[in-house]
Design a protein around this ligand. Structure first.
Ligand SMILES: C[S@@+](CC[C@H](N)C(=O)[O-])C[C@H]1O[C@@H](n2cnc3c(N)ncnc32)[C@H](O)[C@@H]1O
Length: 303
């Protein structure tokens, strides 16, 4: 029991240390270039704003990072609380608040699992969970969903955007598509930038100080477990695949020198188009394989 507790505590400490150290650069990559942000993120943004926005209501932004997404709601009249385990990320969020001069948003540094939610029972109209859940140990998934459920009002809404995985046996066609995509990505994102010296100085410096594009323990969330645990708290679960290769590709575009970015950006748009076609015809689950990050939205409504 105590060994398990020790391992969980270590997990949280590792994540916290990583986000304190690299959160700033990760956020830069995660936000994408302005062009790719418009193409790849704005359709998703419309989806979660439509689902969660309730002017005059309260929203919890869970694992808010540098806080940039909280403003979609605060600037449209919601009262927003963002919480994050990393002090550096919360400092960045507070700095953004000062810059944007928005009053109805506040940020708190806390580990969600330890956060005292006692005075927030049934408090929020909406909870936004963007790329947070997959940083937690699987053994804490049930407790996390329970805690999220406890702070949402009856009839309130939760929107998650997370990498999901499931167990499937992949067809020959899918394996073939995967091979072709992997080969193309290897050439475009690994070989070419190295051969042609396209990596930016900033990215090189971050890698030199230990940055990798993934935090120590992150891994896709098991969708079957997620559905199971959600069934206790929420009345419906709606899942939609958004990004297969396009998001990772677009994040890596930010690692390139300025002129190279301009050549790569249209390719990011093409990957996004390919993702949409593949998901429409085969469904996101068909591409699932252990460790692959397939980014999906999950819409939940509280009983
Ligand atoms: C990928 S970032 C997402 C940030 C933001 N939601 C976004 O989409 O831009 C994941 C965030 O989760 C935070 N995090 C990880 N474990 C956490 C925990 N146990 N409690 C609160 N925040 C946590 C990290 O510090 C990090 O800022």
């Amino acid at each position: 029991m105590s060994t398990e507790w020790g391992a969980l505590s270590q997990w949280h400490q590792d994540e916290k240390a990583w986000w304190n150290m690299y959160g700033d650069y990760m956020t830069y990559q995660w936000q994408l270039t302005p062009y790719l942000h418009r193409v790849i993120r704005e359709p998703l943004e419309r989806e979660y704003v439509d689902y969660l926005l309730k002017p005059g209501g309260r929203l919890l932004d869970l694992g808010c990072g540098g806080g940039w997404l909280s403003f979609h709601f605060a600037e449209r009249g919601m009262s927003v609380l963002g919480i994050d385990i990393s002090k550096e990320q919360i400092n960045a969020a507070d700095a953004l608040k000062a810059k944007r001069k928005v009053e109805n948003v506040s940020f708190a540094c806390a580990d969600f699992l330890d956060w005292d939610s006692g005075s927030y029972q049934g408090h929020f109209d909406s909870v936004f969970v963007s790329a947070f859940l997959h940083h937690l140990p699987e053994s804490e998934l049930e407790l996390t969903l329970k805690k999220i459920g406890s702070v949402v009002k009856p009839g309130g809404r939760v929107f998650m955007y997370e990498p999901l995985t499931t167990v499937i046996s992949r067809s020959l066609a899918i394996k073939l598509i995967d091979r072709v995509c992997s080969a193309a990505l290897l050439v475009l994102l690994d070989k070419l930038p190295k051969w042609l010296g396209l990596i930016s100085e900033r990215h090189g410096a971050e890698v030199a100080r230990g940055y990798t594009m993934t935090s120590p323990h992150e891994r896709p969330v098991n969708v079957d477990l997620l559905k199971n645990f959600c069934a206790n708290e929420f009345e419906s679960v709606e899942i939609r695949g958004w990004h297969l290769h396009s998001l990772g590709f677009s994040m890596q575009v930010t690692a390139l020198k300025e002129p190279a970015k301009r050549y790569y950006e249209p390719l990011g748009r093409i990957w996004y188009g390919i993702d949409r076609i593949l998901f429409r015809y085969f469904g996101w689950e068909s591409f699932s394989s252990p460790g692959r990050f397939i980014l999906c939205s999950i819409k939940l409504a509280k009983r």
